[in-house]
Ligand binder design. Sequence first.
Ligand code: ATP
Length: 370
Amino acid sequence: MSQKTIDRGHEYVRIEGVTKRFGDFVAVDSVSLSVFKGEIFCLLGGSGCGKTTLLRMLAGFESPTAGRILIDGQDMAGIPPYERPVNMMFQSYALFPHMTVAKNVAFGLEQEGLGKGEIERRVGEMLEIVKLGEYARRKPHQLSGGQRQRVALARALVKKPKLLLLDEPLGALDKKLREHTQFELINLQEQLGVTFVVVTHDQEEAMTLASRIGVMNKGQIVQVGTPTDIYEFPSSRFVADFIGSVNMFEGQLTEDEPGHVRIRCPELDATVYVSHGISAAPEAKVAVAIRPEKIELTRSEPAGSENRARGTVKEIAYMGDMSVYLVRLDSGRLVRVTIPNTERHADERIVWDEVVHLSWHPSSPVVLTV
Ligand code: ATP
């Protein structure tokens, strides 16, 4: 996550009740959202949820059917893309194949009619910032995917937009390069102070890049928060399930006090005790979400009769840094547990078909009412 603190005092983009219809189809449904100056805001959602359409409305390539978009306090209705303080970096990078790196970066400035000396200076500066100074005379096909991505970024940034819109910016890169480039992107953003709105379907990418994330589903923003908020405090079954892995158990509220609740989950054959209150009707049907890394796996039986379950190890996947265990409970339900591989020697590790006990801390479950 970008470590920079968000300047909530300066709302740079304001989206007010924006809807976009294509015929009868509602692609974006009454979205209201603020993006603050200098933040990296990620719009995260599955395919077809409307995130690109929202981005294209910010850029001015589409206009809202209803609602308003303000950038730096100015209503964008009727303002064409080239008159907005905005630049967009496309998923495909859209570099000109016959032009050198320097020419690609210079293109926008030439269109603006700037002088030759000024263009050379700004292109040179920008290529240094994205560490492509040595590659100025190459053509795009002579570059790696990561380098091409940096040319596209330089081309978008050289015009000094106040707002940069990035559509799946790292989609074409392999995992290692993606990670590296994500950190570069954060550094660059902090160095230049530009506000970024990034569209991605990749939650890891959103978690790494974003100061805040807006999770989208079926044209609506379903939750906005920091990566930690979204992961630790999802507000619905949808968000809990969409971000990371989660074990979700349906249940019924049996006790509801200000400081704790108890939930009966038939699949767990135990009561879940949660050390925080919720707001729900008595005996409401709720879901309990527990992240795999928050469950402890032991051979010995834990104390107490709550927050525990028993099962048999059915699968183990060794992932290097951690192992994933799939445990079948007596009810038949499979539970996912992840354990970091902190020790190299594996003599003590739990193996296939062992009977094990699962337990978790009362602060770990999240209770979801929607
Ligand atoms: P992806 O990650 O697959 O790009 P997305 O969340 O960016 O998905 P959008 O491109 O915003 O999705 O599309 C949202 C919905 O609107 C989709 O169902 C799409 O088919 C529809 N849509 C987008 N543009 C048009 C258009 N010009 N005419 C009709 N329907 C459209």
